[in-house]
Design a protein around this ligand. Structure first.
Ligand code: CTP
Length: 419
């Protein structure tokens, strides 16, 4: 089902030639699902990797592939087309951006539609580079990227990992959700701040898995997206981030320290080990409340009656951090099917939190919450005041949560200095 957001925009997606060009098709789908209109512009080399028809089918629009048309009338029309497209769009997003495109953008070279449009364009520009690690690390590329960043272009840094060329290192196109979130951030005019530069944020994310036997476990539907979005936002605002993560299928955000865990017990231990260095704690994980009392040492066989499953409680990590709080800002999450605000306020008090993010969950919230890139709910503070968070990206919600944290921090500091 297509999920429309409050603000929908007209985006030019430039696709340049690299093995990651095929991922731009999924990016188009994510952007159009969110209600944006996408005009794809392909460089010549991009067309060697993916056919324009793929993008034309996904966007329902002609893909712009060259600066000059082939017939006289096409030549006349297309000579002004790049100006027209530039004037009509709210954002220029290039994904994947090759080393060549970055160099051309940095030096103002205009030798095809995309690079010409870039010069004619006055709105926000976001580039998501993808290339071989050595090309990415080359001083020429790094200096081009630095020039673009200094000019206000937003760079979605490539992820590290196995690359198509067989190398391992930074160069892989960033997570597509991250590209979408960054693009939407640029559309909303969010500028990068370093307002969390003095903070260390400890975050739990994802589900936990509690073993029944060596091959089976109790888990839940948490995708980890909210915790990862919060980690990414905190990192980009200058914080040091330690992310204690249950098993998820997500790429860790750049620059965050990730501690992978499986069980509630391991998550609990990792949090206690790293708590002293944190100034903010956010419990985003969907921790299993109960685990099997004893995991069977061998695979349970199917014969006779079903085996009884005896459960015992897991440690409540947030409750314990609330007790050990000190000067930390403690944020909890509350997924509720009913009496959302009432339950959230009770949880905030019981677990000694400064903030609770309350999410309604249930059959009518399938577009938000678990597994979705969107979320909605309320931000409840310790005075009991609740601010509604309408349906928005998990990244945007993270920004709102951290804005509130900065506000709380300032309030504490000013009350201290007035004493
Ligand atoms: N939490 C935790 N450790 C647990 C259980 C929950 O740290 N063992 C944290 C979650 O990360 C979340 C908050 O507590 O931030 C609330 O979790 P939730 O499951 O909604 O609430 P519970 O306290 O488990 O209460 P209930 O399930 O009864 O609503």
């Amino acid at each position: 089902m297509s999920t429309k957001t409050a603000s929908q925009h007209s985006i030019v997606l430039g696709v340049s030639g690299g093995i990651a060009a095929y991922k731009a098709a999924e990016l188009v789908r994510l952007l159009t699902d969110r209600g944006h209109q996408v005009q794809v512009v392909m460089t010549d080399s991009a067309q060697r990797f993916v056919g324009p028809l793929t993008f034309a089918s996904l966007t329902g629009r002609k893909v712009i592939t060259n600066l000059f048309g082939e017939t006289d009338s096409e030549i006349r029309d297309s000579s002004i087309e790049h100006i027209d497209v530039a004037q009509r769009s709210d954002l220029l997003l290039v994904a994947p951006a090759t080393a060549d495109i970055l160099a051309k953008f940095a030096h103002g070279i205009a030798d095809d539609f995309l690079t010409t449009m870039h010069l004619a364009y006055t709105g926000p520009v976001v580039v998501a580079p993808a290339m071989n690690t050595n090309m990415w690390r080359h001083p020429a590329t790094q200096s081009n990227v630095a020039q673009l960043a200094a000019r206000g272009v937003t760079i979605v840094e490539p992820d590290a990992g196995d690359l198509a060329c067989g190398m391992v290192g930074p160069g892989r196109l960033a997570d597509l959700e991250q590209i979408v979130e960054t693009a939407e951030g640029a559309l909303e005019g969010r500028t990068r701040t370093d307002d969390l530069a003095s903070e260390t944020v400890l975050i739990t994310a994802g589900p936990t898995q509690e073993a029944i036997d060596p091959v089976r476990f109790i888990a839940n539907r948490s995708s980890g997206r909210m915790g990862y979005a919060l980690a990414r936002e905190a990192r980009e605002r200058g914080a040091r981030v330690v992310l204690v993560s249950g098993p998820v299928a997500l790429t860790p955000p750049n620059g965050c320290e990730v501690i992978p865990v499986e069980t509630a017990e391991q998550m609990h231990r990792a949090v206690l080990e790293r708590l002293s260095e944190s100034t903010i704690f956010a419990a985003v994980a969907a921790v299993a409340d109960y685990r099997p009392r004893a995991a069977a040492p061998t695979k349970l066989k199917k014969h006779g009656e079903p085996p009884p499953l005896e459960l015992e409680p897991t440690p409540d990590i947030l409750l314990e951090v609330g007790r050990l709080k000190g000067g930390r800002i403690v944020i909890g999450f509350a997924a509720e099917t009913n009496d959302v605000l009432e339950n959230a306020r009770a949880k905030l008090a019981a677990k000694n939190c400064d903030l609770i993010v309350a999410n309604p969950v249930g059959s009518d919230t399938s577009d938000t919450g678990f597994g979705s890139s969107l979320n909605q709910g309320w931000l409840v503070d310790s005075t009991g005041e609740a601010t509604e968070l309408p349906s928005m990206s998990k990244r945007e919600m993270s920004a709102r949560i951290l804005d509130k944290v900065v506000h709380l921090r300032k309030a504490v500091e000013s009350s201290r200095s007035s004493r």
